[in-house]
Design a protein around this ligand. Sequence first.
Ligand code: PMP
Length: 454
Amino acid sequence: PASNRAGATDARSAAWRDDRRHVLHSWSAQALIDPVVVAGAQGSWFWDEHGTRWLDFSSQLVNVNLGHQHPALVEAIRAQAATLCTIAPYHANEATARAARMIAEVAPGDLDRVFFTNGGAEAVENAVRIARQHTGRHKLLSMYRSYHGATAGAIALTGDPRRWNAEPGPPGVVRFWGPYAYRSSFHARDEAEEGERALAHLQQTLELEGPHTVAAILLESVVGGNGILVPPDGYLQGVRDLCDRHGIVLIADEVMAGFGRCGEWFAIDRWGVVPDLITFAKGVNCGYVPLGGVIVSERIAQAYQQRPFPGGLTYSGHPLACAAAVACIGVYRSEGLIERARRIGAQIIGPALAAMRERHASVGEVRGLGAFWAIELVRDRATRAPLVPFNAACAANAPMAELVAACKRGGVWPFAAGNRLHIVPPLNIDEADLRHGLAAIDEALSVADRYAVD
Ligand code: PMP
C-alpha cells in the first residue's frame, strides 16, 4: 500500500460534497458515515482520491469474484455496448441466450431454465412466486439468521434485524433456526448433533405448520452475511428429503455463496444436493452490470410452456449484463478459478485463520470454505460472550470499529458484520497479496484482544 495516512481527509472533493448532499446510502444513518470516494480499482486493489490503496478482502459485498476491471469483462461489455446496449425482454439476443445456456450448463441436475433479474432480491421475489404457483400453497419457511434482499417480499423472508423496519411483513412467512454449532439453539455438542437436531426442529416446524400449506423452504446453502455458517454434512440432504416427502419446493439462495465463492459452481454442489430453484446474482458477472436471476428445474418450468410466466422486468436479460456473465463464466472455466477457490481456502486461508485463533484471545471461532470465511470475535472464549452483539452495527461499537480501522490502516479493506470479520477476497487474488492481507488482519486482531479475557 502506498500511503495509508490516518485521517487523509484534508481536501474534500466536489464528488464527496455532492455525495454528502444528494446521495442516500444503504442502511446507514447518513450523518454517521464518511464514505471513501473511490477513484479507481484494479485486480484485488482499489484506491481513493488521495491515492490511498486497499487490498479488497470484501470483494465489494462479496461480488467481484474476479476482482476489479477484469479485462475480459470490460472488453465484453465494451463490445456488447457497441453492438446492442438494450432490447425489450420479449426479443431474443445472443448475449442473453448464451448466458442462459452457460448458467444451465454449470447448474446442477435439471436446472436448465433461467429467468433473469437485476439482482438478488428480485431473484428471490420471483423464485417465491414460482414456488407458490407450482404448489398452489402460500406458506414460506426461511431461517432466522439469513439475508435475502431488501424488496418487500425478500426483506420479509430475511431473518436478520434488517427486516424490523419493514414489519409487519406479508402473511405466510415462518422462520426456523438453521444449524450453527458454535452457538447451538439445540444444545448440541458437535457439528453432527447440530445437523440432526436442526433437522428435527425443521421437521417439527413443518408438522405444526401443516406441510400441505408450505410452498417453499428458502435457505442460503451456506449462510453468508449472517456469519458464513457452513451446514453440517447431511443437513441439506435432510432438508431435500423433507421437501420431497411433502411436495415442497426447495429454493437455494446462492446470491452470495454461488459462482465459485465456495469452491463449487454452487455451494450446494458440495453436498451433491439438487434444489428445485436457485437464486443467483453477484458472482454471475461480478456485478459489473447489475444481474441476477432464478434457475428453474425443467420439471417446474414445463408449466410455463402453456401458461404465462408470472413475472417480468423491463431489464430482464439485459444484454450488457449478460455479455459480462458470458465472459465471467468463461474466465472461471478457462482459469480454473472454482478449483482455485477451493485450494486457497484449504491451503492458505483456513490454516492462516486457524493460526490466528491460536494466537488471539478475541478469536472465538474461524469457519468457512473456498474463499468464504469468517472470524467470530468474543470477549471470553470460555463463555463465548460475543465481542459486540451478533447483529450490532460495527460503526457504533468501539471494539469492532477500532478493529476495522486497524485493518484499513494495515492496507486491507475488510467485510465486517456484527461480531465477525468476513474474509472474502476475489477468487483470483494474487497469492502474495492474500498472504500479505492475512498478515495484516492477524496484526489488527491485537486491537480486539484488548477487549478479550486471555
Ligand atoms: N440473497 C443473499 C444470500 C444475499 O447475500 C443478498 C445480498 N447480499 C441478496 C439475496 C440480495 O441481493 P441484492 O442486494 O442484489 O438485491
